[in-house]
Design a protein around this ligand. Structure first.
Ligand code: ADP
Ligand code: MG
Length: 630
């Protein structure tokens, strides 16, 4: 077989993606490679395909146990003999696996870097025929990266001890030049072929929503209700937020779990597994969650709070859409997030005697500022990201929230002065809802009760919406004109508003223009997505029903096989099935992601499910033109 045939037979794909063929050919010609490709680009196939064509064994060094297990399960599902050797196995299991490996049972073996130093493993390596050593997540080798692993540095010693030098291939999604150079040097790659594909992930739709803190819950609930059955991650800045949001969602009947470092490790482990196995497709978590999660069908990542840097944001948001299908990354911003983050940075301690402490602190503030700029920019979000990470941006992408939204900055200075007046009248005793309600002139019993209806400021901003008044208050808090106290009963007090006496000082509040109709945005989006890659957005209701049925079948099979559902078939594969409606094995094999082995194992069940669906819905029409459900 050649590379293309392997791709089709085992993985069920028709063509290679950008960079893949080049890398595979280099490896097959015996040349080392370094690949820098974004998450979800398909790095694994670049070493898995040649591994099947090389005569001996491919050793894959991978930093995390969960990643190895996932990959090995996926390979086994595809009908490829692979194994992992790590600390989750007993000594006896390891000896057994190595004995089998020596007999050539496995083409691909995943190992943790620490294992390379063990005597038993070395014995195996000296006698087994190792054709290639692959270093996955190769940035772990660099002290400059975020996930430095000392044992990665020793990989090169291991390679040098082998009787024959194998081909060495390294893979990472980290784009910085320093890290790349580090990988080349530390691994001592010999005249390597270096492939750097773009940093952009076209299937991710970025969006920023400016919302006062209290409306974030509603946004999240609403989003989940409109995207039922989708898997997603919601990141919060604090454990408290995680718990509160999870409870709120749970009460609404959302199958949701939670994850943060304050939880007991067994609970945490179980919650993570519930998420991976789609028992709880939605998870609310702090940034402690996600390392080593390769779940491919995450359809949305919502940030309930703004993270501290674009580096963090990109990594966390990047967990969406690993299968290459459409996914959304939504950041909910309120000026209060700036306050929280500044507070967290002030509290952050650096190691004692850390010479660079001052420098590091400055760097953190600079990163925070650039993160805030992302939230406030009105131009293309994708271009902002690309530029931040050192790539030259192109024309606006027409595939992000900002490209689909018109903005205006509204001068609310005069309204802001009314807010100050109101605080003078409330004497800083009340929280935001009374202040906003007063300014709005709301008819609420509570306002009468506290006497707010007699204030001069009562109804002063009745021409505004309450949500706009809240945005104004948030903005004023962020600029220090007013203070929001911490604690359970947070109240609003006057801050330093003297600057407002200066004629030139304006309070500008950024608002999305409401005349852009949502329907229009959605239409654009569907067209755009249709062109780039298929998604459930272009489904008719019949298509959607079928998709749901296939997902149920996938879940049932996943339980039987004890693997995560996305390892059986990715969302993308199911979507392709809904569109092609395969009626026999030949047609099933044409579906993207259906290889020989999976066809034999599951093909009939999916063909049966589709036939049954079509049979029980005789009214459904299939377009003559496209062959899809209409
Ligand atoms: P990375 O390691 O670069 O983050 P993966 O190797 O995990 O990405 O691949 C991401 C997804 O893309 C997987 O679901 C994989 O099956 C799919 N994929 C990889 N190569 C192709 C291809 N040539 N055609 C279609 N899908 C592909
Ligand atoms: Mg990978």
């Amino acid at each position: 077989m050649n590379a293309e045939e392997i791709l089709k037979t085992y993985f069920g794909y028709d063509s290679f993606r950008k960079g893949q063929k080049e890398l595979i050919d280099s490896v097959l010609s015996g040349r080392d490679v370094l690949a820098v490709m974004p998450t979800g680009a398909g790095k694994s196939l670049c070493y898995q395909v040649p591994a099947l064509l090389l005569s001996g064994i491919t050793l894959v060094i991978s930093p995390l146990i969960s990643l190895m297990q996932d990959q090995v399960k996926a390979l086994n599902e595809a009908g490829i003999h692979a194994a992992f050797i790590n600390s989750s196995l007993t000594e006896t299991q390891i000896s057994k696996a190595l004995a089998l490996a020596l007999r050539g049972t496995y083409k691909i073996i995943y190992v943790a870097p620490e294992r390379l130093e063990s005597a038993e493993f070395l014995r195996f390596a000296m006698h087994g025929q190792i054709s290639m050593v692959t270093v996955d997540e190769a940035h772990c080798i660099s002290q400059w990266g975020q996930d430095f692993r000392p044992s990665y540095v020793k990989i090169v010693d291991f390679i040098e001890r082998l009787p024959e030098r194998p081909v060495v291939s390294a893979f990472t999604a980290t784009a910085t030049k320093t890290v790349q150079t580090d990988i080349l040097c530390v691994l001592k790659l010999a005249d390597p072929k270096v492939v750097v594909t773009g940093f952009d992930r076209e299937n991710l739709y970025y969006r920023v929503e400016h919302l006062p803190g209290r409306q974030k819950d509603n946004f999240v609930m609403d989003y989940i209700e409109r995207h039922p059955e989708e898997s997603g991650i919601i990141y919060c800045a604090t454990r408290k937020n995680v718990d509160a949001l999870q409870t709120a969602l749970f009460k609404r009947g959302v199958p949701v779990t939670a994850y943060h470092a304050g939880m007991d490790s067994t609970v945490r482990g179980k919650n993570q597994e519930d998420f991976i196995y789609d028992r709880a497709p939605v998870i609310v978590a702090t940034n402690a969650f996600g390392m080593g999660i390769d779940k491919s069908n995450v359809r949305f990542v919502i940030h309930y709070n703004m993270p501290q840097s674009m580096e963090n944001y990109y990594q966390e948001a990047g967990r969406a859409g690993r299968d290459g299908g459409q996914a959304r990354c939504i950041l909910l911003f309120s000026p209060q997030d700036m306050v929280i983050n500044r507070f967290l940075l002030e509290k952050k301690e650096f190691a004692e005697g850390e010479e660079n402490a001052e420098w590091l602190r400055e760097r953190d503030y600079r990163r925070l500022r650039l993160m805030e700029d992302y939230c406030k920019t009105t131009s293309c979000l994708r271009n902002y990201i690309l530029e931040y990470f050192g790539e030259r941006p192109g024309t606006p992408c027409d595939n992000c929230g900002n490209c689909h939204q018109k903005f205006s900055e509204i001068d609310m200075t005069d309204d802001g002065k009314w807010v100050i007046n109101c605080l003078a009248e409330t004497k800083g005793r009340y929280g935001q809802s009374i202040v906003a309600g007063t300014l709005l002139g709301a008819k609420r019993a509570r306002l009468r009760e506290v006497g707010a209806t007699d204030y001069k400021s009562y109804g002063a901003l009745s021409h505004r919406k309450e949500s706009d008044i809240r945005l104004l208050i948030d903005q004023m808090v962020a600029e220090g004109y007013i203070i929001r106290t911490d604690g359970e009963y947070s109240v609003l007090r006057m801050g330093d508003f003297t600057k407002l006496r200066d004629e030139d000082t304006r309070i500008m509040v950024r608002m999305a223009e409401r005349n852009v109709s949502l329907a229009e945005t959605k239409k654009n989006l569907a067209e755009k997505m249709g062109a780039k890659s298929r998604s459930t957005d272009s489904f008719t209701s019949a298509g959607f029903q079928l998709f749901e049925r296939l997902k149920k079948l996938r879940l049932a099979i996943a339980r039987e096989e004890a693997v995560p559902p996305y390892i059986v078939f990715s969302d993308k594969t199911l979507i392709d099935m809904c569109q092609r409606l395969p009626g026999n094995e030949q047609e099933m094999l044409a579906v993207s992601g259906v290889g020989r082995n999976k066809l034999d194992k599951y093909g009939q069940r999916f063909i049966g499910e589709i036939a049954e669906f079509l049979g029980s819905n005789p009214g459904i029409l299939i377009s003559e033109e496209t062959g899809e459900l209409v």
